[in-house]
Every structure is written in structure tokens, then in C-alpha cells.
Design a binder for this molecule. Structure first.
Ligand SMILES: Cc1cc2nc3c(=O)[nH]c(=O)nc-3n(C[C@H](O)[C@H](O)[C@H](O)COP(=O)(O)OP(=O)(O)OC[C@H]3O[C@@H](n4cnc5c(N)ncnc54)[C@H](O)[C@@H]3O)c2cc1C
Length: 732
């Protein structure tokens, strides 16, 4: 029987290597205890890769269990490991546990990667902060961390080649002494990383530096030092992790929040979760529970042990997206801070735009773990710092910002073991990550960075196996360093060309599909042959992606699509507003939404853009700029100089809150000169572009979680003002 199956499987394999692999692992096919055919996880994933390719050859279909099927499994079965939180760390834990053969479940309160894991600087950081701490505090421990990080960077580039790439970073040098010192530090970095380093750092002359970054300040510039880091699409990476866990047999559910921990004696734990889509609460049984909830860490710890002292040291980081011409198409820019007030500036190319970060503000207290709205003051501070690094003739104003967002960094201190009321004095942050086991057996995993997710996950699952006695004959050690993520199997750099030839899509669309889905790009395009239309003329996103996200990636809401499946909300908030009707149309067909639900979804998406992406308060809707004026870059005797034409109406927008309100309103009114009745909205896609109606605004604004209270309250007031104005203006 076994040998027959093996020959059958070997015939399915498309490459000789796979045939050899299958034959060699044939003995693993039978589970020693049950004598039932039970595929070892490693083989199961391999086979799935083959099956996907075979499917593509035949019908191009790719199917995954539906969300409802996952929920049914979560309700009815007992799990070895339950992971709470679907960010980088939680999804990493689910992949790690599932790949070892543990029966794994994961629940996420909102959408996968809806926390800070979709809001990072997108760097697979090998050097930055660690090198700085090493030099600042002479902490040699940082050396060890750096080596580990560099190994991780190499691993991420290997296991997800479609979502990651080597990113050259340029550090401009303005001082005679600074250049050799930075160069020396980077050479030490090259030496330590040796095996895992992607490329050696080198010096760039002043001319070449300006060639790459024509807008840089030329006065005093000595040249630039280039080192190599990694870059990733963070949210899509998280989705790839979820889908890999699903391939390995894990049960996952987004929009399912942990609401209760039922005290139990012994190792098995029961937790209550709320399915927000079906609006029902049910219980999940698991032998080990891992708390990987990022900025909600303390809320879950308190649910487990009410008197426990908090460990989170929250801070909020702000990023903005700018047009591509403010950066370089190849190089990223890292400009260290000069003093405490001056933020370190990072500029990286992302989705054909330039991402500018990072302004970080520590929070005094945290009333809610939700990401706060971007604060115009923080954005201005970021723009000021960027402007200071650019030639005096460069005009960089708030109206250039296409999207602005914040992310809450889940930095933690070491748990003191004391109760909350006994805690005293300052807590200092742990430099890497923290693992804690509570008296009730809850494993908390917090801190770290995106790029440490795999190491953190392996560590936590090792601990879970040890303390919950999960060891079994078929449980393996972690092998995620060798596990290609979903979409990576079969991927090669020629994939865009393959997509152009097979499906007749334009090259920019093919490149985007290949970069976002890897080999699954075939499934995206073949599943929806009649949905190749663009969602916006200026972007490569197409309708087929929406269908794929709903059917294959558990997208449940309009926000899930614009923020985590397509990255357009982070790239251009105003363009996203224009895309909403088309996305909604596909979702209505796929999800069979009734008119009322469609309207609700649309308004939640619009509110997300206003509250979370700075639309209106920071980002100026496009229709306010009727005369498109491009930046011109010209050569001057001192180097290159940039001239961006001034626009008076834009300035007033950035400086006066009232003007910004008027701008948004005028955009909206341009779409709703004669608003149709609500019942006709679904038939008129353009109506959704503004789409604000009396009933929908009322209901969505009350259901959305309130922004957290920060030291500064101006943003919230301004956002509320905008919403109030919208409401007043569009009560029909
Ligand atoms: C501004 C900024 C820039 C950064 N840049 C980088 C970078 O360039 N490179 C890098 O490596 N790292 C970077 N980081 C760090 C990195 O983003 C984070 O360390 C990492 O994403 C944390 O992932 P996480 O899974 O712990 O948290 P999160 O992504 O926040 O995930 C936690 C999840 O738990 C869910 N959750 C909460 N409560 C519940 C509940 N009750 N039930 C179920 N689910 C729940 C949340 O909805 C959330 O999705 C950056 C961080 C910030 C703030």
C-alpha cells in the first residue's frame, strides 16, 4: 500500500529532486501509532506545492479551507497550541508549531497584520539600531544580536524571495571625521556578518551620491556610505505566513477576538473568543496558549492574572508616503539624528513611492492598544527633518504627503514578578524580546522586531512543548529556516514575463502580481480571467486580486483589502478613496452582501482612511490639484537642484485646519452634486466615491473604537471636526 502510494506521489512530482525527496521520505508516510496515512508536515507542504503547480497546469485553481470551516474546527476540536494575535509574531508561532506537527490554532481580533506588523518601516533590519546601541552604550551583547539578525535577514530573503529584496541603504556624510568612522563601523558589520551578509558596504563619491539622491543638501556633502539591508512587504509577508500555516494544517480565524480566559486546573486551557463577523462567542480548548498580541500584551496578561504588573513601554512611530521623486528608485536613505529633537530619517522605496519615517513619540499611558491617528504635528516634524537634509530649493510640504499612518511599537520591560500595586520606579526596555510563563501557564511573547519573528516563535514553541508536555514521537524540532513561505515555491525572477505571456497582462501589473503573490500569481490571474481591469488608472492593482483575496486569503472587509491585501491605503489614501467603488463591486458579488451591509462597509473604509491614513487632516484629496505640476530636477554649479512649483491653495490647506475640512468636503461634493437615494447606491458605483450618507456615518462612527488618549489631543479634535463637517454636509 505504502509503496503504491509512494509511486503515485512520485509520479505527481514535477522535478527529479522532488521524486527523490518523496521516495526518501516514503517511510514517514505512515503514522507510527495510528497506522493511518498521516503526512508529515514537511512532506505535506512539499506535496501541496506540487499540487498547486499541477492545479495551475490543469485549471489554475487554488483552494483553501473557508473561514467558516476553520471556525467549525476551532469550535469542535482540541488543539496542542493556540496562538492569540495574528501579527508577525503570532503568525510566526503558528507556522512554527504547525511545521513541527503540533495541532495549531490562531485567532486574530481584527485582520491578520492589522496591528503594527503592517505599519513598520519595511526593513529587514540587520544593522541600524543595534549598531547604534553598540557604539552608544558599548553593549557587547548587541554584537550577538546583530549576528543573529543578519542570519535572520538571510533566512527571510531565502524563504520569501517574492516578498523581500536586498535594499542598498545610503548614509550621506557631511563631516570629514564622520565618514571614516561610519565606514569603519560598517566594515566591522561586514566582518561580523561575513557568511550572512548580502553584499559588502562601500563608499560613494559626492557626485554619485547626488546622482542617486539629487535632492540631497549639497553644502558640505563629502559623499555617502552604502550598506546593504533587506526590504519586505510587511503585511503581505504576514499573509504569506498565515497561508503557510494553513497549508501545514493550522486552523486560523481573523476577526475573532479573545474575550475570556476560563481558569482550569491542569494543562488544558479553555478560552472564550468572539467571532465578530457572525457575532457569536464560542470556546476553544488548547493545551498551550501563546499570547502574541503586540501592544495588547498587557490586556491579555491581565485577563489571565488580574493583579499582574504591566510590562509594555508603548511608543508610537509615524510614517508618511511621498511621491517617488523625493527619494531614489534604487537606494534607501538613512540619516541618523543629530540631537534628541531631530528624528532619524529613513527613506525607502515602496510600491513605486517613497516611504519617509520615522518620528517616534513615547506614550505616557495607554488606554487603548489601537493605532492612534497620525498627528499633523508629528508629520510636520518629520517633514521638517527631511527638508533639512535636502537642498534649500526643494519644497517639501504637507500637501505632498499621499498617506500618513502610525504604528504602536510593542517594546517591553522585564516582568518583575510583582503585583501592579507593588511596582515602583522606572522600567527599562529589554533589548530584544521577552518570554514569560504566568502561574496559570499562559506563555507571553512580546517585544522584538519584525525581522526577529522566526527566532521568537521557535523559542516560544520550544517552551510550550516543554512546559505543556507536548512532546510526542512525531513532533520535530523547528525547521522554519528551511521552509519556503506560501507563493515562494516555483517562484523565479522570470515570473513577471511568464505572467505577461500566459495571461496578456501589462508588465507593471505582472511585476506587481509577481512581487505580491509569487507563484500564486498564476492562481490570481487564472481564477478571474475576466477581471483584469485596473482598479485605478495610475496603479497596477487589478480586480482579480480582490476576488483572490476574498476566496483565498480570508479578506472579510473592504478595509482588509485596501490595507493588508493590496497596500494601496498606505501608498495613496486619496487614490484609495477613488478605488473603493470598484473594490466594493467585486466584494458585493463575492460575498453576496446586501445593500445595507455594502454601504456600511464602504463607510467603514472611508472612516479608516480619514482616521488611520490621515485623509483630510494631512492628506489632500487629488481633485484639489487640477493642474498637475511635476517636480523638475536641473543641474546647477553646486550639483543637482530640484524645483517643485509652488501652489498657494495647497499651502493654505497644510496650515489651516478649516481649509483642510473644506478641501475634503469639496472633493466629496464634486461626487455628490445630486446624491441618489441610498437604495440606488449600489447601482451607481460613482456614488460610493463620496458615499457619506446620514445613516451610515452615524452608525459607523459610533461602532469604531475610539482613538487612544495621547499627550497631544489636537489630531483627535481635528479628525472629529472633519467627521462632524462631513456629517453636516451630507445629511440627506
Ligand atoms: C514605526 C515602527 C517601525 C518599525 N519598523 C520596523 C522595521 O523596519 N523592521 C523591523 O524588523 N521591525 C520594525 N518595527 C517593529 C515591528 O513592526 C514589530 O516589532 C512587529 O511587527 C510586532 O509584531 P507583533 O505580532 O508582536 O504585533 P502586532 O503586529 O501588533 O500583532 C498583534 C496582533 O494581536 C491582535 N490582538 C490584540 N488583542 C487581541 C485579542 N484579544 N484577541 C486576538 N487578537 C488580538 C492585534 O489585532 C494584532 O493584529 C517597527 C515598529 C514601529 C512601531
Amino acid at each position: 500500500m505504502l509503496s503504491k502510494l509512494c509511486v503515485g506521489l512520485a509520479q505527481t512530482a514535477s522535478r527529479p529532486l522532488e521524486v527523490r525527496y518523496l521516495m526518501r521520505h516514503a517511510s514517514l508516510l505512515a503514522h507510527p501509532q495510528t497506522h493511518h496515512l498521516r503526512l508529515q508536515p514537511r512532506l505535506r507542504l512539499r506535496l501541496r506545492g506540487i499540487v498547486c503547480r499541477e492545479d495551475h497546469c490543469c485549471a489554475g485553481q487554488k483552494t483553501v479551507p473557508s473561514r467558516e470551516e476553520h471556525i467549525a474546527t476551532l469550535k469542535g476540536e482540541e488543539f496542542d497550541v493556540l496562538v492569540i494575535g495574528g501579527g508577525a509574531v503570532g503568525c510566526g508561532c503558528a507556522v512554527d508549531a504547525a511545521c513541527r506537527g503540533l495541532k495549531t490554532a490562531l485567532v486574530e481580533a481584527d485582520d491578520f497584520a492589522s496591528g503594527v506588523s503592517s505599519r513598520s518601516s519595511k526593513l529587514i533590519d540587520g544593522v541600524g539600531s543595534y549598531l547604534a546601541t553598540l557604539l552608544d552604550k558599548k553593549d557587547l551583547n548587541q554584537l550577538y544580536i546583530m549576528v543573529q539578525m543578519m542570519n535572520e535577514r538571510a533566512t527571510m530573503l531565502k524563504i520569501a524571495p517574492h516578498l523581500t529584496r536586498v535594499q542598498p541603504m545610503l548614509i550621506p556624510s557631511y563631516s570629514l571625521l564622520g565618514a571614516p568612522l561610519t565606514w569603519l563601523a560598517l566594515k566591522i558589520y561586514d566582518f561580523i556578518s561575513s557568511a550572512s551578509n548580502v553584499r559588502a558596504s562601500h563608499f560613494l563619491s559626492k557626485e554619485k551620491t547626488l546622482y542617486e539622491f539629487p535632492l540631497l543638501k549639497t553644502k558640505g556633502l563629502r559623499g555617502g556610505i552604502v550598506y546593504y539591508d533587506g526590504q519586505m512587504d510587511d503585511a503581505r509577508m504576514c499573509i504569506a505566513l498565515v497561508m503557510t500555516a494553513v497549508c501545514l494544517g493550522a486552523s486560523v480565524a481573523n476577526h475573532t477576538e479573545l474575550v475570556e480566559m476560563v481558569p482550569q486546573d491542569g494543562c488544558c486551557r479553555v478560552v472564550g473568543v468572539k467571532d465578530k463577523i457572525a457575532d457569536e462567542t464560542f470556546y476553544i480548548q488548547a493545551r498551550a496558549v501563546i499570547n502574541a498580541t503586540g501592544s495588547s500584551t498587557d490586556f491579555i496578561r491581565k485577563m489571565d492574572e488580574e493583579t499582574t504588573a504591566p510590562i509594555l513601554l508603548p511608543s508610537v512611530g509615524t510614517h508618511v508616503t511621498l511621491p517617488r521623486y523625493f527619494g531614489s528608485s534604487t537606494y534607501g536613505l538613512l540619516s541618523p539624528s543629530k540631537d534628541k529633537k531631530d528624528p532619524t530619517i529613513v527613506m525607502v522605496p515602496f510600491e513605486n513611492h517613497t516611504l519617509l519615517g520615522l518620528r517616534e513619540v513615547e506614550l505616557d499611558d495607554m488606554e487603548s492598544p489601537q493605532n492612534p491617528p497620525p498627528d499633523p504635528e508629528d508629520v510636520d516634524c518629520l517633514l521638517d527633518a527631511a527638508r533639512e537634509r535636502m537642498a534649500p530649493c526643494v519644497e517639501l510640504e504637507r500637501f505632498h504627503v499621499l498617506s500618513a499612518w502610525t504604528g504602536m511599537r510593542p517594546t517591553v520591560s522585564c516582568p518583575s514578578g510583582k503585583r501592579e500595586d507593588e511596582e515602583e520606579g522606572d522600567r527599562s526596555a529589554v533589548s530584544t524580546y521577552m518570554l514569560e510563563v504566568s502561574e496559570g501557564g499562559l506563555i507571553t511573547l512580546a517585544g522584538g522586531r519584525w525581522s526577529t519573528y522566526r527566532v521568537m516563535a521557535a523559542h516560544a514553541v520550544d517552551l510550550a512543548i516543554e512546559i505543556c508536555d507536548l512532546c510526542d514521537d512525531h513532533i520535530t524540532t523547528s525547521w522554519t529556516d528551511d521552509l519556503e513561505l506560501d507563493g515562494a515555491q516555483g517562484y523565479c525572477c522570470m515570473l513577471p514575463l511568464e505572467l505577461v505571456q500566459d495571461y496578456g497582462v501589462p508588465m507593471d501589473v505582472a511585476q506587481h502580481i509577481s512581487d505580491s503573490y509569487g507563484y500564486n500569481g498564476h492562481a490570481v490571474l487564472s481564477q478571474a480571467p475576466d477581471r483584469k481591469g485596473r482598479l485605478h488608472p495610475n496603479f497596477p492593482y487589478i480586480e482579480a486580486e480582490v476576488q483572490y483575496a476574498v476566496r483565498n486569503e480570508y479578506a472579510c472587509t473592504l478595509v482588509d483589502i485596501i490595507a493588508r491585501r493590496l497596500r494601496v491605503a498606505f501608498v495613496d489614501a486619496a487614490a484609495t478613496l477613488h478605488m473603493l467603488p470598484k473594490i466594493l463591486k467585486v466584494m458585493v458579488e463575492e460575498k453576496e452582501w446586501q445593500e445595507e451591509q455594502a454601504t456600511q462597509e464602504l463607510l467603514k473604509a472611508q472612516e479608516f482612511l480619514v482616521r488611520q491614513m490621515g485623509l483630510g487632516s494631512i492628506v489632500r484629496p487629488k481633485s484639489m490639484c487640477p493642474n498637475k505640476q511635476e517636480t523638475t530636477v536641473k543641474a546647477t554649479p553646486e550639483g543637482c537642484c530640484c524645483n517643485i512649483p509652488k501652489r498657494k491653495e495647497c499651502r493654505s490647506f497644510s496650515s489651516i485646519g478649516g481649509t483642510s475640512v473644506r478641501s475634503v468636503a469639496s472633493l466629496a461634493s464634486s461626487f455628490t452634486a445630486h446624491p441618489p437615494p441610498v437604495s440606488k447606491l449600489s447601482a451607481l458605483p460613482w456614488a460610493f466615491s463620496s458615499g457619506i450618507t446620514h445613516s451610515s456615518v452615524e452608525s459607523t462612527s459610533s461602532s469604531e473604537p475610539q482613538p487612544i488618549t495621547r499627550k497631544k489631543g489636537k489630531t483627535d479634535q481635528k479628525q472629529d471636526l472633519i467627521l462632524k463637517f462631513w456629517r453636516k454636509k451630507f445629511i440627506f
